[in-house]
Every structure is written in structure tokens, then in C-alpha cells.
Design a protein around this ligand. Structure first.
Ligand SMILES: NC(=O)c1ccc[n+]([C@@H]2O[C@H](COP(=O)([O-])OP(=O)(O)OC[C@H]3O[C@@H](n4cnc5c(N)ncnc54)[C@H](OP(=O)(O)O)[C@@H]3O)[C@@H](O)[C@H]2O)c1
Length: 335
């Protein structure tokens, strides 16, 4: 909360959410309340497609009307604009907002690998936001929880190779993903959004398949991890898999390092990153849904300089909205 010269509380932030009716967008709104940002927001604008124009959404004690996204509205001055409406919307509208002098926190993949765009997980590389204004990219959900778990292992032991298999919730594919699983649970045989039936099934293919056999989702995990750790030589071999879980991505990770460490030293390194928790007991998606931590369990060390672990986090929160809110908080702290 900020105070004026007379000591009265004043609301200072003007914030916009593009994609406010989506899975990630609605989570932003929830987090504005949870993180008490709503008390500091002087003006909140919600944007979505024409389909949602006029819809009313309650945030805090007030209802806000969803507006249709238009260029002119992105030319206004905001303190922060969150984008979570897909890559093509970000591609078109985020540069307009940036040109108007706004700080844009983008959840799509469109800007993540662009050279001059910071790709930020605040607990790891938030300091790069000092003095920066413009588009800030939020990494892919599967990348965020993996790099959070491995952050200090990387810094202390240097990671040579990561082999990771993901078990990704249907909410990672947005509203449509959730609806498809829920309707198949009710007996529908319609397959629209996922490549095969997801109910009672597991689909080892997320995103378009590339020429080298990996998928777009797997490529994101490879390239984004290298960018965040600033290490072009690290080898990363992901297999991304969709599972019939509503919320919470899980990852089985094998890591080989240059230096060795005992299990206890590994636990200390894992827990040294804020918002990362080590658990002796294994953790499952149902237990992490609705939380803001990344959980590491099933830590095993079968040989020198190598270990395995199970990493799990709420994909909509840690993997998207919470990371974006943490970007805002870090940016504001540094600037
Ligand atoms: N879900 C995750 O776990 C996750 C994690 C990390 C990043 N992301 C990224 O976040 C973005 C949103 O994901 P989501 O899961 O929230 O998707 P979603 O549930 O499908 O929501 C999409 C949102 O975008 C809006 N939208 C779509 N087309 C639009 C247009 N032409 N103009 C303005 N608004 C438009 C939709 O509005 P209407 O309601 O009007 O259609 C809705 O608000 C994607 O880029 C996704 O890759 C998602």
C-alpha cells in the first residue's frame, strides 16, 4: 500500500489483463486478491475476444466488465499488462502496448526465445529486470518448475545433462483441455482438442511434431532452460506427455552433473531456492493444486554425479500466473 503526503492510503497501479476469461487470466484475478495487489489497483481493465465482451467478473469486492481487445486500448498507459491469450494475440498486441511505454508480462511462447526479451523466473534471474521496460516473457509451465527445482544444483554442481519425462495436466491446454477431459468422463467419445482420447489414457505427444522427432513443447523445455541458465552446452532430452489430470504437472527428472554431492547436500541445494520444497514423502498433483510451491520428492542417487527426482507444481499458478505476479513484484521492487 502506498500513502500520499497527508498519510492517506492511495491506490497506484493501473493494470490490464488480456485473456482475462481464460484459465490463466482468471488465475491472475484470483492472485490479485491473494497477493493483496487488488488493494493497490486504481484501475483494472479486462480484455478478451468479442465472444466475452460485456461479461462481468468479480475481483475483490467489485465487478469488472470484459472489453473486446482493440489496438487503441493497448496504446493507453498502464503500469503492467498481462497477456495470456495465445501467441498470435501477443504477437500483434504486445508490441503496440510496449511502444506506448508499457511493461508487458507475456505468458505465450511468442517472445520467449527472442534475443532481447528477458525470459524470467524471478527466484532465478529476476535481477535482469533492473532498469528494464518492455516485454517480459514468462517461460513454459514445464520449464518453470524444472528450473526452479534445479537452480542451485546447476549453480553449485553444473548440470551436464537432463533427461525429463513430463506428466502434464489437461488444464495446461486451457479451458478447452479441461472441457474435453470432463466431457469424455461423462461418456463423450469426441476428440477435438487433444490428438487422441485423454480420458483413461496417456498421450505422449504435446505440441506439433518437429522434423527431429521432438515436439514443440519439448523444444520449449530445451531452449528455454538453456536461456534461463545461460548455458548453450547443457544437454536436455524431454518427453512431454499429457495425462488425465485436471491441475498439476509432474516431472520425472534424471540429472548428471560435473561435480558430485551427497543426497543431503542435494536436498540443501534444492531447498535453497525460494518457493521450492523438498519432501521425503512423494507428492501427487491433487496435493499441489492451488499452491504456489514447487515440490521435489523421490530423490535418488544411483551413482556418482547423477540423481533422479520427482518434481511437481500447479501449472496454472507456478507454471503461469504466479510466476507472472512474481515478475511484477520483482520488477516493481527493482525499478
Ligand atoms: N494453461 C496453462 O497451464 C498455461 C501455462 C503457461 C502458459 N500458458 C499460456 O497462456 C495463454 C493462455 O492460456 P490459457 O490456458 O489461459 O488459455 P484459455 O483458457 O484457452 O484462455 C484463452 C484466453 O484468450 C482469450 N482470447 C482468445 N483469442 C483472443 C483474441 N483474438 N483476442 C482477445 N482475446 C482472445 C480468450 O478469450 P475468450 O474467452 O473471449 O475466448 C481467453 O480469455 C496461452 O498463450 C498459453 O500458452 C498457459
Amino acid at each position: 500500500m502506498f500513502y500520499d503526503l497527508l498519510g492517506w492510503e492511495v491506490n497506484v497501479l493501473k493494470i490490464a489483463v488480456v485473456g482475462a476469461t481464460g484459465e490463466v487470466g482468471r488465475m491472475f484475478l484470483k492472485l490479485f486478491e491473494e497477493y493483496k495487489l487488488i488493494d493497490e489497483i486504481r484501475e483494472l481493465r479486462l480484455f478478451a475476444s468479442e465472444r466475452s465482451e460485456g461479461q462481468k467478473i468479480k475481483v475483490g469486492s467489485q465487478y469488472y466488465t470484459v472489453e473486446k481487445l482493440e489496438e487503441e486500448k493497448m496504446k493507453e498507459r498502464y503500469d503492467y499488462i498481462f497477456f495470456s491469450a495465445g501467441g498470435s494475440v501477443s504477437e500483434k498486441y504486445a508490441p503496440i502496448a510496449e511502444k506506448a511505454g508499457n511493461v508487458v508480462i507475456d505468458n505465450s511462447s511468442f517472445f520467449r526465445m527472442k534475443e532481447n526479451i528477458p525470459l524470467v523466473v524471478p527466484e532465478i534471474n529476476g535481477e535482469i529486470l533492473k532498469g528494464y521496460r518492455g516485454i517480459i516473457a514468462n517461460p513454459n509451465c514445464s520449464t518453470i518448475q524444472m528450473v526452479l527445482a534445479l537452480n542451485n544444483v546447476y549453480k553449485s554442481l553444473k548440470i551436464k545433462e537432463i533427461v525429463v519425462s513430463t506428466y502434464q495436466a489437461v488444464s495446461g491446454a486451457g479451458n478447452k483441455g479441461l472441457k474435453e477431459l470432463l466431457s469424455q468422463q461423462q461418456g463423450s467419445k469426441e476428440v477435438k482438442h487433444f490428438p487422441k482420447m485423454i480420458y483413461n489414457n496417456v498421450i505422449p505427444l504435446i505440441g506439433d511434431k518437429l522434423e527431429n522427432g521432438f515436439t514443440k513443447e519439448e523444444e520449449k523445455m530445451i531452449e528455454e532452460t538453456k536461456k534461463i541458465f545461460v548455458d548453450k552446452n547443457m544437454k536436455i532430452f524431454p518427453t512431454t506427455v499429457r495425462v488425465p489430470v485436471l491441475y498439476g504437472h509432474s516431472e520425472s527428472i534424471f540429472v548428471s552433473t560435473e561435480k558430485d554431492a551427497s543426497i543431503n547436500e542435494l536436498i540443501d541445494l534444492i531447498e535453497a531456492t525460494p518457493n521450492v520444497i523438498y519432501s521425503e514423502e512423494y507428492i501427487t498433483p491433487i496435493e499441489v493444486a492451488g499452491t504456489d510451491n514447487t515440490y521435489v520428492s523421490r530423490l535418488r542417487k544411483p551413482e556418482e554425479k547423477a540423481f533422479l527426482m520427482w518434481v511437481i507444481a500447479d501449472n496454472i499458478r507456478v507454471g503461469a500466473a504466479t510466476n507472472a505476479i512474481r515478475i511484477l513484484l520483482k520488477h516493481r521492487e527493482l525499478n
